[in-house]
Design a protein around this ligand. Structure first.
Ligand code: SAM
Length: 329
């Protein structure tokens, strides 16, 4: 438990900063150096991180990136984690481009929840946002995830002027598909991404516009669900609609998550620049996992309230320093 009484139960483990998409809102278009290969946590080290998370009582782990499926033998990592910790609720976040052909195997390994990021249901808009023509592959991957009986969440960054005309299409999509479709408020990240108020489509605006199109019923939170999404049931639909209001309505008081970057930096708050460099400790011959565990416990206790940091930065441009493609969303 941290000093504010929050129980941390969720680790987002970003396993690579490489991605095969160039989303306008994520990685700046100009060349940004990748993390040097030797600094990326090896699979054995990622397994140690999972062990330590388990010792802290963390039961839910999400593998993210960059694009996690770009990491060589990614399914082997998934298998190794679940063999070692079959009780872990292991989830994945992916852009879906490399999903086709893998859903059944993932399900057999014990993965039951996959989040796919998809900002548009129009191939042309998808190409505009991501710089890629892999829309059909993403849709195929999503279909296979549903066919394999896994829970699918679809995350779209809400972008005024880009996908704000698609609300009716999003509702049509959830009418026929048993997915949680969530619009995420566009967050101003460090680096030269395209964030500007003109693209910002706020959660209250989304909801106002959504209510004109569909009958929304607020979903009561399941016990233990402290996630950031506010979910709605929609009359006559197999799926649900949700909004993640990272900026307009913070959820710091129920935040239960830690993040570890591909190079082994622990971040206890998305909005804070403070990083605890775990890799040198993990690799130090006289320190190792035991000391990493101590640092994690200490860091966890001091987990900040992100909205206070956001407030301080309001006037200062980027709200979040560092890139999502490394932090993992
Ligand atoms: N490659 C994977 C994917 O596409 O889901 C995982 C990494 S990606 C950085 C994780 C999530 O962060 C995606 O849903 C993406 O849309 C979201 N994201 C990235 N930059 C964002 C921003 N500036 N504001 C809001 N969400 C963002």
């Amino acid at each position: 438990m941290d000093d504010l009484g929050r129980t941390v139960s969720y680790l987002r483990l970003s396993i690579t900063d490489h991605c095969n998409l160039r989303c306008l809102y994520c990685r700046p278009p100009e060349q940004v150096p990748y993390i040097p290969h030797d600094d990326i946590l090896r699979y054995e080290e990622l397994l140690v991180m999972v062990d330590l998370a388990r010792e802290l009582g963390i039961g839910k782990i999400r593998l993210t990136g960059g694009e996690p499926f770009l990491r060589r033998n990614f399914l082997f990592l998934v298998e190794s984690i679940l063999k070692r910790h079959p009780e872990v609720d292991l989830r994945l976040t992916t852009n879906g481009t490399l999903l086709p052909g893998k859903a059944k195997e993932l399900k057999d390994l014990g993965v039951n929840n996959i989040n796919v990021s998809l900002d548009s249901l129009y191939p042309k808009t998808f190409a505009r946002v991501t710089g890629s023509d892999l829309y059909a592959a993403v849709r195929r991957g999503m279909d296979e995830v549903m066919a394999a009986g896994m829970r699918l969440k679809v995350n779209a960054v809400a972008l005024r002027g880009i996908n704000d005309g698609e609300l009716a299409g999003f509702f049509e999509f959830i009418r026929h598909n048993p997915v949680d479709f969530r619009l995420i408020e566009f967050m101003p990240m460090g680096g030269q991404t395209m964030w500007s108020p003109e693209y910002y489509w706020s959660a209250p605006d989304i909801l106002r516009e959504a209510e004109e199109l569909a009958d929304l019923t607020v979903e009561k939170r399941a016990p233990g669900d402290s996630g950031p999404a506010r979910m709605y049931r929609v009359d006559g639909s197999l799926g649900r609609f949700g909004v993640i209001s990272a900026l307009s309505d913070h959820f710091c008081h129920s935040c239960n998550r830690l993040r570890v970057t591909p190079d082994g930096n622990l971040r206890t708050c998305l909005f804070s620049d403070k990083q605890y460099r775990l890799r040198p400790i993990l690799r130090h011959p006289r320190l190792g996992p035991e000391m990493v565990s101590r640092v994690m416990r200490l860091a966890l206790r001091k987990k900040p309230l992100g909205y206070q940091i956001l407030q301080q930065r309001k006037e200062a441009g980027a709200a979040i320093h560092g890139m999502m493609s490394a932090i993992g969303g």
